[in-house]
Design a binder for this molecule. Sequence first.
Ligand code: NAD
Ligand code: MG
Length: 356
Amino acid sequence: MKRVALLGATGSIGRQALEIIEANPELELVAAASGKQPIEGLAPLTQVGGDPTRLLESAEPDVVLNAVVGFAGLPGTLWTLEQGIDLALANKESLVAGGDLAVAAWERGGGRILPVDSEHSAAFQLLEHREPKSVDSLVLTASGGPFRGRSRADLEGVTPAEALAHPTWSMGPKITVDSATLMNKGLELIEAHFLFGLPYERIEVVVHPTSVVHALVRLRDGAALAHLGYPDMRVPISYALTYPERAATRIPKLDLASGLILEFSAADEDAFPCLALARSAGEAGGVAPCVLNAANEVAVAAFLDGSLPFLGIPDVVERTLDRLDHPPARDLDDLVAADAEARRLAAALTREPAAR
Ligand code: NAD
Ligand code: MG
């Protein structure tokens, strides 16, 4: 039996995780937490809101699935890594914002991170037991979102409802908007850097509209290995929760007889500047990724409530990054302060039209 603690139990990932846990007699849900929604009775221990540290301490889990959305997932990530407990990580924002601190806690704790993000789950499987020097680069695929193929001018008046209509994945609202701006892939680039210890110049992003190939690894002899599967998060959730056994799931097998379309193209960084913004924030290091993430969370919320146009999202993120310094965070307090400062500035900038 594996004891599972689930943070973010009421979300898109959280609900799919409950389905996987329910269907697998080897998995036992010992604790569950949500941000606001009531969850009493869902698990022996439950908590709504606040820092989940005490809950996790009492639950004594074998694996923590962090499916909280946003920077709010950071305490759960850091606690789990520090304890050396397996972390099934869906909450990419905690690794983006707190990458250096998280990696240090991971090294001290000596546990595992089992990525739940589909591209990173794929990359983890492609890279496991592989000689690092044989790997040239990692390729992350992006669906391109609902606005793939549009120019910057075409994106001017797009609405939240249009941004929320994702072509291949059904997910929570924040990540769905991130997929539409390509910030999701930018966050994933930073996530991959910290998870796999690869420098940014060895992580590529490619657009692949059907989301069947989740990631590729290019090897130094010219071979490339790919990980394929239908876009269904229950597969990487199940993989992370049952690692290393890889339990069976009820997900349909890849149908090769009726034709799979594996098309790839470069991302349009003019229409979707968030990708390049994330890459340069990652390369800048220090608290730059934390600032990027905070500004993005504020801008996405403003877009969803109708107070910021779609193209305002990259604009607010870029101006927030430009106006703040990005020293390294020595500890969690530094990081929380950088996050708060970036949120204040980004909120002010969402009310201030860009000077063009
Ligand atoms: P969601 O909005 O559907 O659910 C978010 C969950 O987090 C909810 O249970 C909510 O109660 C909880 N939460 C929100 N604010 C909180 C706070 N302040 N404190 C504690 N809990 C809080 O989001 P989602 O789509 O399930 O995404 C969750 C995470 O997984 C995100 O980091 C996302 O990027 C990542 N992810 C999601 C998918 C997907 O298919 N949905 C795929 C890959 C990665
Ligand atoms: Mg992903």
